[in-house]
Design a protein. Structure first.
Length: 396
């Protein structure tokens, strides 16, 4: 009996093996490849900061807060060690879909969705992509289109150039053409990164973005993009329309890479930029305007040593008319006039391991909204913070 059972098993396995061998390329088996990294950050600040996750995501130095004796309570150092940026990524492949190649990404980190959930898993990216020779179609959660993956700061700090660099991940539908002239169209909503004080979903329409890229991310690339959103500050009230624009450039010269980006926008709190909106004398909603520019040069001293220098500047352009702020709509408490940062870094790498040191000097000028809707800095001193960051990254 055992003999016949063994023969039947071999026969069955032979049929299965023959069936698998006859699969075409379009019938490739499903698979998933895991990757990610473990990251430990050691952070020292000379001042209290506007931040997220126990100081890990640094934005700007805190404004002065003086006690009765005139002592600035925020002129206090801070130190922390965190490993919450560590993440896990699954890259998925599978059979074709009506002649288009399919792939997907599921990525999570331990950053949490708030300070109360720090250390808990948080969804970063979750999307499926259809591709052929002419177009990519992405469906799911991915980077905001104004976070250009070919041109963003390579800082060791997790803030990645915020508040100068737009930063957000959004559920979306993205269609991109291929080639040296690329057109990108995106419709998207808001999830973890939302417009403060207003709802995009209740406005009844998604954000829209159109972008043009020329060149190759491996050598030289340049592009421009425009963004439109409509939000609803209150049910039954009027909607607020806001626009934004971006221009970017990246080139590689020998062993040095240079990046440059400029951003203009209205009510960009959903992108972790300074700004928001208010109400004018007629009861209408009014956007503020924000301008920012950043640049970075980076390169390799040798196969095992790298360096970089980042610099950024952003300014709150105000509202252009008298406004009333009924709640804390702005990301940086409605009162920052401008922020400047310079950040050098150096790192050593071997195999899958990297050790890096980064200095980050950030100066913020706080102010108050005057009768013209501008940010007045009269009798208000600028405040500065220097962060020393030491990081260890192990990729797998």
């Amino acid at each position: 009996m055992k003999k016949y059972t063994f023969i039947l098993l071999l026969f069955f396995l032979g049929i299965v093996n023959n069936s698998m061998a006859q699969e075409t390329d379009a019938e490739k088996k499903f698979g998933i490849k895991w990757s990610g990294f473990i990251k430990a950050d050691y952070m020292f600040d000379t001042r209290q900061t506007v931040n997220a996750r126990e100081g890990h995501f640094l934005i700007a130095p805190e404004k002065e807060d003086k006690d009765d004796a005139g002592k600035d309570l925020n002129a206090q150092t801070n130190f922390n060690i965190l490993g919450i940026q560590s993440r896990l990524k699954g890259s998925i492949t599978g059979p074709d879909f009506f002649g288009m190649k399919t792939s997907g990404v599921l990525e999570a980190a331990f950053f949490g969705n708030s300070n109360a959930t720090i250390g808990e898993m948080r969804l970063r990216h979750a999307f499926v992509k259809l591709s052929n020779d002419k177009v990519d179609i992405l469906m799911g959660q991915y980077w905001h289109p104004m976070f250009v993956t070919a041109v963003f700061p390579g800082t060791y700090s997790f803030n990645t150039g915020v508040p100068f660099q737009p930063f957000s991940r959004n559920p979306q539908l993205r269609i991109s053409t291929k080639g040296n002239l690329k057109v990108i169209g995106v419709f998207f909503t808001e999830r973890d990164f939302k417009t403060r004080g207003a709802s995009l979903s209740q406005a009844g329409m998604p954000q829209a973005h159109l972008q043009l890229q020329v060149g190759s991310a491996k050598t030289t690339i340049a592009g421009v993009g425009a963004n439109y959103k409509s939000t609803l500050p209150a049910l039954g009230g009027d909607k607020l329309s806001s626009i934004a624009a971006i221009a970017f450039f990246r080139t590689k010269l020998s062993s040095i890479t240079w990046k440059l980006e400029a951003v203009y926008g209205e009510n960009m709190s959903d992108l972790l930029s300074i700004g928001g909106f208010g109400t004018n004398a007629d009861g209408d909603y009014v956007n503020n305007t924000t301008y920012s520019v950043w640049t970075e040069i980076s390169g390799n001293v040798s196969e095992t040593m790298e360096w970089g220098l980042f610099a950024g500047f952003t300014q709150n352009g105000g509202f252009g008319e008298t406004v009333t702020l009924t709640r804390e709509q702005n990301f940086l408490a409605n009162s920052i006039k401008e922020v400047f940062r310079i950040s050098p870094r150096i790192g050593w790498k071997s195999g899958k391991m990297k050790l890096g040191i980064e200095g980050e000097f950030t100066q913020a000028q706080y102010g108050a909204i005057d009768a013209n809707g501008d940010i007045s800095t009269t009798d208000i001193d600028a405040v500065s913070n220097f962060r020393l960051l030491v990081t260890a990254i192990y990729k797998f």
